[in-house]
Design a protein around this ligand. Sequence first.
Ligand SMILES: NC(=O)c1ccc[n+]([C@@H]2O[C@H](COP(=O)([O-])OP(=O)(O)OC[C@H]3O[C@@H](n4cnc5c(N)ncnc54)[C@H](OP(=O)(O)O)[C@@H]3O)[C@@H](O)[C@H]2O)c1
Length: 248
Amino acid sequence: MGIGEAFARELASRGRNLILVARSAERLRALAEEFRQKRSVAVEVCVEDLSDAESLGRIYEFCRLKRVDVDFLINCAGLSCAGDFAEIPYKKLEEIIMVNVMATARLTRLFLKEMIERKNGSIINVASLGGLQGVPGLGLYSATKSFIMTLTESLHEELHGTGVNVVAVCPGFINTGFFKHSGHNAANLRLPMYGTEVVVKAAIKGLRQNRIRVFPTLIDNLLAFSQRLVTRRVVIRVAGFFAAVKDN
Ligand SMILES: NC(=O)c1ccc[n+]([C@@H]2O[C@H](COP(=O)([O-])OP(=O)(O)OC[C@H]3O[C@@H](n4cnc5c(N)ncnc54)[C@H](OP(=O)(O)O)[C@@H]3O)[C@@H](O)[C@H]2O)c1
């Protein structure tokens, strides 16, 4: 769903064969059937819970069994939990780190080697504007997105000249079920919400231009740039103000 579904729709419309991964089996199957019918592409569904460490190897094995060479990996699945760090349930803390951090790192590691051998590959890592600094009320989430951004930066340089491109896309607020899922009241947000298409467009363009990271909207670009002009304390407080996690 959300941004991941938007990526899948765009790639299917470009005639790419797909492997869809998430937990919602019925939803994935319906989407796969739609793409097969309307776009004449081959689509496999791999139902896995990325918070289960074993799932990551199973996804790789699934591709091997299906004799699929993955030449385009989109690490998009992610979640948050709105509220003070001291209040996050331990189980949720682990789930967020597993899905946002471990799944991205392990899946990239699993598929990258063969991309390098084939001298052909693309990786889009979905980070966030929230990864540019800590965000009060979203501390763990913003830390996981910082991880994705710095990992992508290192990889981008390591992969120079290998034929494999990697980009981090850093969206601001996007209209998906994300806020409901994380208990973050979207009505409080102090910045506009955009549709998923801006993320997909920016990421694919960024990949084509071999950028390290891209910010989908003008506001995202302005916020990222303005960080250079003020102190770190101001940056963090402004981020907390815009995200407005607390209701008062
Ligand atoms: N929406 C925003 O404002 C925003 C802004 C910046 C960055 N992002 C990032 O964009 C990415 C996508 O978010 P979204 O806005 O599209 O949120 P969303 O609508 O809540 O979708 C989250 C997706 O992740 C999958 N997912 C979550 N937990 C999973 C698990 N344990 N195993 C497998 N799949 C799992 C979900 O599928 P199932 O539930 O079926 O498993 C769903 O497809 C995330 O990384 C998020 O951090 C979002």
